[in-house]
Design a protein around this ligand. Structure first.
Ligand SMILES: Nc1nc2c(ncn2[C@@H]2O[C@H](COP(=O)(O)OP(=O)(O)OP(=O)(O)O)[C@@H](O)[C@H]2O)c(=O)[nH]1
Ligand SMILES: [Mg+2]
Length: 443
C-alpha cells in the first residue's frame, strides 16, 4: 500500500531538498504535484483540497522561503499536515480496568475482515496486556461463521462463547456478557455478521446488539481494497450505529491507499489498527506519524526498531552491546544475529521501513540464501573455532566447507566479511558521536 504515492512524494521532496533558495513557483509546482498524486491515490476530493490549501498557505509564509534549508522546512510542513490528516496521536483502545468487563463490538460489510480482526485483537490483548478475553459468536447469518470463529479462537487460545441452535444474535450477545461478568472475563469481543448499510433489518439488528451490550469500543472494520466506497459506508455506520474507531484490514494489499488517507478526515473517527496479513499476529497499532514518514519516503525506523526488539530479548541485546563495546564479538554472536535476522521476517517488509531504502534497495539485493549459507558454515565450526576465528587455517577451512556442503571459497568469504564487520564495529565504538546516535536510536 502507498507504494506509488510514496515514490511520487519522495521525488517531489527530492527536487526541493538541497536547494539553497526556493521560489514561490517552486512551492506551487511541488504542491500541485502532491495534489495530483493524492488524487491519483484515490483520496477523497474534499480531503485533497483541504490538505493542499492548508499546506500551500503555510508553505508560502516567510518561514519557508527565508529559512536556511527551505526544502527541509517544506518537508516538515507536508509531514505535519499528513500526520494531521491521518489522525494525530493514536489513543489506542479505551477499555475499562480489569475489574469489570469491557466490550468491543465488531461491525462492517461482508468479508471486510471482522472475524479475523476479532481473533487478532483477542491475541493482542491477551498477550500484550494480559487481559482475560472471551470471543462471542454473534454472526448467525453465514452458516460457517460460528465454526470459523471457534477455529480462530482455538488458534489464539481464547474461549469462544456461542449458543448452539440460537437464531437471535442479540440474545447471544446479552448472554455472553452476563457469562463474562460472572466468570470474571475483563474483555468481551463480539463478532457480528457482515451487513450492508442499506439493509434496514440488519442495521436495526446491530443497533439492538449495541444497545444490549453497551460497547466501550465499536470498531468499524473497513477493507482497504474497497477504496472510496469504504469511506462513505463508514460514515453511514457512524450515523446509524455510532463508531468509536476504525480498523483498516488488508493493509498489506496492493491498493492505492486513498481510503486510509480519507477515513479520519471524512468520518471524524480515528483509525486504531491496521491488518497487515491473514495470520493472527498480523495486526498493528495505527501510528499516523509512522505512516506519514513511510509515505514521504522518510522510512519507518521506529517500527523497525520495535520489530527488532520483539526478536531480541532485552538481556540478549544488552549482552551484545557489551560485546560490541569490548570488541569480543565472535562468530557465535554473528550466528545469533543471522538467526534473528531470519526471524524478523520478509525482507521487503523491512526495506519499506528503512529511510531512503525504497527504490534504492531491491529485495534481490539482499540475498536470504547467502544468510543460509553463512549460517550453515558457522554451524559446522566447533565452539572453540567460533570464539577464536583466527585459528581457522586452511585445513580447518577445508573441513568446515565439507561439513556445511559449501566450498572453501565460501568459508573464506564469510571469514573475510566477519573480519570487516569487526573492524567496522571497532570504528563505531571509537566514535563517540556515532555511539551516541546508536544509543539514541535504540532507546
Ligand atoms: N491479506 C489480508 N487478508 C485479510 C486481512 N484481514 C482479513 N483477511 C482475509 O479476508 C477474508 C475475510 O475475512 P473475515 O475475517 O472472514 O471477514 P468478515 O468480515 O468476518 O466476513 P463475514 O463474516 O463473511 O462478513 C479472509 O480470507 C481473511 O483471511 C488482512 O489484514 N490482510
Ligand atoms: Mg465474519
Amino acid at each position: 500500500m502507498f507504494d506509488n504515492l510514496s515514490v511520487k512524494f519522495s521525488s517531489v521532496m527530492k527536487t526541493l531538498s538541497g536547494k539553497g533558495k526556493i521560489t514561490e513557483k517552486n512551492i506551487r509546482d511541488a504542491v500541485e504535484e502532491i495534489k495530483l498524486s493524492l488524487l491519483d491515490a484515490d483520496v477523497n476530493l474534499r480531503v485533497v483540497r483541504r490538505f493542499v490549501n492548508s499546506t500551500l498557505e503555510e508553505a508560502l509564509g516567510e518561514k519557508v522561503l527565508l529559512s536556511v534549508d527551505p526544502g527541509q522546512q517544506f518537508t516538515k510542513i507536508v509531514y505535519d499536515k499528513m500526520v494531521d490528516l491521518l489522525g494525530g496521536d493514536n489513543q489506542g483502545l479505551r477499555l475499562k480496568g480489569k475489574d469489570t468487563t469491557s466490550v468491543i463490538l465488531m461491525m462492517g460489510l461482508q468479508g471486510s475482515g471482522k472475524t479475523t480482526t476479532a481473533a487478532k485483537l483477542a491475541l493482542k490483548l491477551t498477550k500484550e496486556q494480559g487481559r482475560k478475553v472471551m470471543l462471542v459468536a454473534a454472526d448467525l447469518v453465514r452458516p460457517a461463521a460460528v465454526t470459523q470463529l471457534q477455529l480462530l479462537g482455538e488458534k489464539v487460545g481464547v474461549r469462544v462463547f456461542s449458543i448452539p441452535g440460537e437464531k437471535d444474535p442479540v440474545k447471544v450477545a446479552r448472554e455472553a456478557l452476563s457469562t463474562a461478568r460472572h466468570e470474571l472475563y475483563d474483555t468481551l469481543i463480539v463478532d457480528t455478521s457482515g451487513r450492508m448499510h442499506l439493509d434496514e433489518v440488519l442495521m436495526k439488528e446491530i443497533q439492538d446488539i449495541a444497545h444490549a451490550v453497551n460497547p466501550d469500543e465499536t470498531l468499524f472494520v473497513a477493507d482497504a481494497m474497497t477504496g472510496q466506497n469504504a469511506v462513505a459506508i463508514a460514515q453511514e455506520f457512524e450515523t446509524k450505529v455510532g463508531i468509536s474507531g476504525i480498523v483498516l484490514s488488508k493493509f498489506d494489499s496492493d491498493t492505492r491507499g486513498g481510503a486510509a488517507l480519507s477515513l479520519k478526515s471524512v468520518v471524524g473517527k480515528p483509525l486504531k489498527f491496521i491488518g497487515t496479513g491473514e495470520k493472527p499476529e498480523d495486526l498493528e497499532v495505527f501510528h499516523p506519524e509512522r505512516i506519514a514518514q513511510r509515505i514521504l519516503g522518510m522510512g519507518d525506523i521506529v517500527s523497525l526498531v520495535e520489530k527488532a526488539q520483539q526478536v531480541y530479548d532485552e538481556q540478549e541485546a544488552e549482552k551484545l552491546a557489551r560485546k560490541m563495546q569490548k570488541n569480543t564479538f565472535d562468530l557465535q554472536d554473528y550466528l545469533d544475529q543471522l538467526e534473528n535476522m531470519s526471524k524478523m521476517g520478509s525482507v521487503d517488509k523491512l526495506i519499506e521501513m528503512i529511510p531512503g531504502a525504497k527504490g534504492n534497495i531491491k529485495e534481490d539485493d539482499i540475498d536470504m540464501k547467502e544468510f543460509e549459507v553463512q549460517k550453515a558454515i558457522i554451524k559446522s565450526m566447533t565452539k572453540f573455532e567460533r570464539a577464536n576465528y583466527r585459528i581457522i587455517g586452511p585445513s580447518r577451512r577445508k573441513r568446515i566447507a565439507k561439513g556445511s556442503g559449501t566450498s572453501v571459497a565460501d568459508v573464506n568469504r564469510l571469514l573475510k566479511n566477519f573480519e570487516k564487520q569487526k573492524l567496522m564495529l571497532r570504528k563505531v565504538m571509537n566514535n563517540k558521536k556515532l555511539q551516541a546516535q546508536l544509543l539514541k536510536n535504540f532507546g
